[in-house]
Ligand binder design. Structure first.
Ligand code: ISL
Ligand code: CA
Length: 555
């Protein structure tokens, strides 16, 4: 991987919730343009923009109806071209979302495909005959609830959708379909786009033969990814895509790979295989899954989070490091403390994440410590997954209150509420009627307040990202865990030649004691960053860490 990629720090923009400039209640491309300096000043150098293509928005744009058209709610192609040009002028790269495991049932490809078994697009999707009794081919369920198969009378067949039924899965076995995807990729790359985040890419190769999956987590259907995650021809396709498209451009590729082990992940990114640059892993996002899968009332244990991170840092040559994004609850509410120690824990979590080996990802709003939202009833949620899961939990016999509580903990909408710019109406996001309710706390948690306060989470991120950018040890150093079994502390070193960086973070809301190995103390290190103003300056044998205290030392 070349240097600009290694030095890359990514800021994820979820445009519909970022900044609305025409007051229709939906964030837009001009809103991203308006805030480019804000993003740049944070210290990142790559923007990842989630889908802005033409879409009926069943899954907030992850259901694309036309890969080469901008969704009018976000603006025009001219607006996009302007955004790209301005990014480049400011030294920012722009990465787009490539959603090619599936697209929208409103796309021309699907509209044609469902008409008959023998037209140009017939084979662009995954069609299977019904069972003898007319029922679905297998018991596979969609990730958003219900069966993963949908019947279409015109063809007397079912099509597969691992996500919503409006998101039919594309058939990667079809050569013409693949070529059409490559064409679309070239369309954006020729405009000068700097790469792709590839949605659900671990699912593109489907099994030779679909089979029933075992039933887990109280579910009525088999897991959607059964047989489809890391399927038989996955690497063949990714290598072909690289050869035909990506290898011709100097661009970055980030695969989103749910249900992939570290050993499997290395196959995507090993340089000699010529596939992708890096992947998003999910194992550490599963540390608080429970008897109902994701939407359970389980709290993570530090030991599980740390074990998972260690495993990936050890087994994978390069990582994509994140604790939150548009599919996850807010990281400070999930892994930190969003009340008394919101600032301390948000900073510590950022520090622990950004300084690991790999590319750091910051999701909009995390840099000001935005929290989970306290919606009062299910109607306030917009995500179809929240609604489907709410019904599912109630069908399982849970009370309305309990079901709502579980949705509130984990809903993707927690991170999709509008960006809180200031304490004026709608947090300065829009003068209109926002597509999703704001988090009530925008009067105290907002960008204005963060910019004014020199001890804010935002300013801590600035220093942290500067440290990541300026020190080669943070980019290239080896990762080694220090606190292998401590109940409250996550500590690791990064080492490059004779430089050592020690990162220590407490996950406790009490004062705890941490003993530092003698070999580290004897190197004589001093503090380069901390989230308490008066943290200890020189590394010593015993650290007394205050609630969520985090300190970085260097020799
Ligand atoms: O978060 C999950 C389930 O609750 C994941 O398994 C998720 O489905 C997976 O990360 C895929 O996510 C991506 O593709 C989806 C889209 O809804 C997400 O927003 C996107 O990030 C379908 O396109
Ligand atoms: Ca708008």
């Amino acid at each position: 991987m070349n240097n600009w990629k290694k030095k890359g720090i990514v800021y994820e923009v979820y445009p519909q919730s970022f900044k609305d400039t025409n007051n229709d209640g939906i964030g837009d491309i001009n809103g991203v343009i308006e805030k480019l300096d804000y993003i740049k000043n944070l210290g990142v150098n790559i923007i990842w923009l989630t889908p802005i293509f033409k879409s009926p928005m069943v899954d907030n744009g992850y259901d694309i109806a036309d890969y080469e058209a901008i969704n009018p709610v976000y603006g025009t192609m001219e607006d996009f071209d302007k955004l790209l040009k301005l990014c480049h002028e400011k030294g920012l790269k722009l990465v787009m979302d490539l959603v090619v495991n599936h697209n929208s049932d409103q796309s021309k490809w699907f509209q044609e495909s469902k008409k008959s078994r023998d037209n140009k697009y017939s084979n662009y999707y995954i069609w299977e005959d019904p069972k003898a009794d007319g029922s679905a081919p297998t018991n596979l369920g969609s990730t958003f609830g219900g069966s993963a198969w949908e019947y279409v009378p015109e063809r007397d067949q079912y099509y597969l959708h691992l996500f919503a039924k409006e998101q039919p899965d594309l058939n990667w076995r079809c050569e013409a379909m693949r070529q059409d995807i490559y064409k679309t990729m070239r369309f954006w790359l020729n405009k000068g786009v700097d790469g792709f985040r590839m949605d659900s890419i671990s699912f593109i190769s489907k099994p030779e033969k679909f089979e029933d999956a075992p039933l887990e987590d109280n579910k009525e259907y088999g897991s959607y990814y059964y047989g489809s995650s890391n399927g038989p021809k996955l690497h063949e396709y990714l290598h072909e895509m690289n050869r035909e498209v990506m290898s011709k451009y100097d661009v970055i590729t980030i695969g989103e790979t749910p249900h992939t082990t570290a050993a499997q992940a290395e196959k995507y990114i090993a340089q000699e295989r010529q596939e992708l640059d890096m992947v998003f892993q999910f194992e550490h996002m599963h540390v608080d899954y429970g008897e109902y899968g994701r939407y359970s009332d389980v709290t993570f244990k530090l030991s599980d989070l740390r074990d998972s991170i260690i495993r990936w840092q050890k087994d994978l040559s390069w990582n994509s490091n994140y604790l939150g994004n548009h599919d996850q609850p807010r990281l400070v509410s999930r892994f930190g403390n969003d009340e008394k120690y919101r600032k301390e824990s948000a900073k510590m979590l950022a520090m622990i994440t950004v300084l690991q080996k790999g590319t750091p990802f910051v999701f909009q709003g995390d840099e000001i410590g935005m929290t989970n939202v306290d919606f009062k009833n299910i109607d306030e949620f917009k995500d179809l997954e929240a609604h489907n899961t709410y019904e599912f939990l109630k069908n399982k016999g849970l009370s309305d209150e309990k079901a709502l509580e579980m949705i509130k903990r984990k809903s993707r909408d927690n991170s999709r509420t509008p960006m809180q710019w200031n304490d004026s109406k709608n947090g300065g996001f829009s003068e209109g009627n926002p597509w999703i309710k704001l988090n009530d706390n925008y009067d105290s948690i907002n960008v204005r307040e963060s910019l004014d306060d020199k001890d804010s989470i935002y300013h801590f991120y600035q220093k942290l990202l500067q440290l990541r950018t300026n020190s080669d040890v943070a980019t290239d150093g080896d990762f080694k865990i220090v606190s292998l079994s401590d109940s409250d502390v996550f500590a690791y070193t990064r080492k490059l030649n004779n430089k050592t960086m020690l990162v220590v973070g407490s996950f406790s809301d009490k004062k705890v004691k941490f003993e530092v190995p003698e070999s580290l103390v004897s190197m004589g290190s001093s503090k380069v960053l901390s989230n308490y103003r008066d943290s200890i300056r020189e590394l010593s044998n015993i650290l007394y860490l205050r609630p969520y205290e985090g300190i970085v030392f260097m020799n």
